[in-house]
Design a protein around this ligand. Structure first.
Ligand code: TTP
Ligand code: MG
Length: 533
């Protein structure tokens, strides 16, 4: 053994700070539960969800009858002939439910990090600290790792135990809400770091939660034992470790950094050593919307280019639904195909192109309009053509359409201009480049330069020529979804800070303001109608 390096080994001794409360949520038999919520008559039946030839998950009744994840359909039906099998190849409903859960979790923290479809980390430290009194419970909710009595557990000097206990109360409350409001049962792990919470959450499946305290960390890592169970240690890392005879957590703990330096860079070596001790200082990431929205469909082979449009249309309809739910406007389009190349190998390819957000006329829901749909299909076909042109024979077995570079609708982004008496509001909000607008002339029209620049040239000229002397302004901030009073443009209203909105409401009640606003709204309506022609 080579001598340890004290500075770095100092970092990996189990003395990390325990100031955080991190909950890992995992939905029980996710796809199967969603199917049961959608069809409650299935509740007492063994239910499996299949994709192609595999049962990708099943409810716990089916699991008791021998069904396991990714079991071949044939074997599953042999093991449990009464199994109700549901086709789960369309993942849209699962996505919808996953999003419902994420948005509920976001009520408790901005730090909500998705892990796959049905798992989320939530850093609830701030919520727990701010709601400490209401989370004080007589007893610890859920189970304690290894069924210990809290009284027998060595208490941590930093006082984090109480914070974690309150975190467990919160985890229970959240799980109850998910069940009541969305209909799904979940498991949860409560601890001070992501790794430990993730390792704890499946310990009492289904519909339960597990908490652990820092003094139990060594026991947890000893109990887990298998390196494969540590998230963040993937196949290639496992192979490298096994090449030097390391296959268990205990063996990894015995390594020193210099041993690991031979096969990993220093940062990776350090991270691995820390993980083996249950130390994970990665923070829960801030919630981030998906970077792209897409759907892929396996299809019966098609052998002529003329058949592509019909298939692409089906995929486009599905992805459109997701896009509308999301609400952001895409500015890139990608088409993927799986096909046989000229050597007869099945391969995948994709091509993408930029699209202008003006295509959607300010609202992504317009993707359903026949002419918009047709326009996008045309682009999809062009991309498909680029991929299939070199082929001697067409043999396509999958189509995918994905929209990317999604942008939030900007302030005024789909209203094109705003009522003049918003000028002060605009000045005070984050539209810093907006010029101050005079109060005097009610006939003034203010057009959003950014939106205008996205229009095709002919439309842009038409808009500009429709108004005597339009003033161009640039707005850059993005809006949150909020309620809007009847007499205001919702998109503009949504962009404003709460206090400004309150002021706005009172301003809009003044008769003089009302007339001006109404005038401007009329104008706004007409321009929108003009654009929707
Ligand atoms: P998991 O969380 O692994 O499983 P689960 O939620 O069904 O069951 P558990 O109670 O053990 O948490 O996966 C989440 C969903 O992902 C699952 O419902 C179906 C889907 N899935 C696949 O599509 N392919 C796969 O190979 C696996 C394992 C899951
Ligand atoms: Mg799950």
């Amino acid at each position: 053994m080579i001598s340890p390096e004290p500075d770095e080994l100092g970092i990996i001794t189990p003395d990390e700070k325990h100031g955080h409360v991190i909950i890992h949520f995992d939905i029980d038999c996710f796809y199967a539960q969603v199917e049961i919520v959608r069809n409650p008559t299935l509740v007492d039946k063994p239910v499996g969800v299949k994709q192609r030839t595999l049962v990708v998950t099943s409810n716990y009744i089916a699991r008791e009858r021998g069904i396991y994840k990714c079991m071949p359909v044939i074997d599953a039906l042999n093991a449990c002939p009464e199994l109700v099998l549901i086709n789960g190849e369309d993942v849209a409903p699962y996505r919808e439910y996953a999003e419902k859960i994420t948005s509920l979790l976001r009520e408790y923290s901005d730090r909500v990090e998705k892990l796959g479809f049905d798992e989320n980390f939530v850093d609830v430290t701030e919520y727990v600290s701010q709601n400490s009194d209401s989370l004080t419970a007589k007893e610890i909710q859920g189970r304690i790792f290894q069924e210990k009595n809290y009284e027998d557990i060595q208490k941590c000097e930093c006082g984090c135990d109480q914070l974690l206990i309150k975190g467990a109360t919160l985890a229970k409350t959240i799980r109850e809400r998910i069940y009541k409001e969305i209909g799904l049962t979940t498991c949860a792990g409560v601890s001070w770091n992501k790794l430990v919470s993730k390792l704890l959450s499946p310990m009492h499946k289904p519909n339960n939660q597990t908490i652990m305290f820092p003094s139990q960390l060594d026991s947890l890592m000893y109990f887990i034992s298998d390196l494969k169970k540590i998230p963040g240690i993937g196949r290639s890392t496992l192979d490298k470790l096994s090449s030097v005879g390391v296959t268990t957590i205990a063996e990894l703990q015995l390594c020193n950094l210099t041993d690991l330096d031979r096969i990993f860079d220093r940062a990776t070596a350090l991270r691995l050593l820390k993980l083996s001790y249950g130390i994970d200082d990665s923070s829960v990431k801030f919630f981030e919307k998906n970077k792209s929205i897409g759907v892929e469909d396996s299809i019966k082979p098609i052998t002529a280019f003329s058949q592509c449009k019909e298939k692409l249309k089906i995929v486009l309809k599905r992805v459109s639904k997701l896009l509308i739910e999301d609400g952001r406007v895409p500015t890139s389009l990608k088409v993927s195909i799986r096909y046989k190349n000229n050597s007869g190998d099945t391969v995948r390819d994709s091509r993408q192109t930029a699209i202008t957000s003006a295509l959607f006329r300010g609202n992504v829901a317009n993707i359903c309009l026949p002419e918009v749909e047709e326009n996008i299909l045309k682009k999809c076909l062009e991309l498909t053509k680029k991929m299939t042109q070199p082929l001697k024979h067409i043999f396509i077995t999958l189509f995918g359409i994905s929209f990317g570079k999604l942008i939030e609708k900007k302030v005024l982004g789909n209203s094109f201009f705003f009522p003049k008496n918003l000028e002060r509001v605009v000045g005070e909000s984050s539209c810093s480049q907006t010029s101050r607008i005079s109060d005097e002339d009610p006939s003034d029209v203010y057009l959003d330069e950014t939106v205008l620049s996205e229009l095709p040239l002919d439309l842009k000229n038409e808009v500009l020529s429709s108004y005597k002397s339009p003033k161009l302004v640039k707005c850059q901030n993005e809006f949150e979804t909020q309620d809007c009073p009847n007499n205001w443009d919702p998109e503009v209203y949504k962009s404003l800070p709460v206090e400004i909105r309150e002021e706005l409401i009172s301003t809009s009640k003044r008769p003089a303001g009302e007339t001006l606003v109404q005038k401007q709204q009329k104008r706004q309506k007409s321009i929108l109608e003009f654009l929707c022609k």
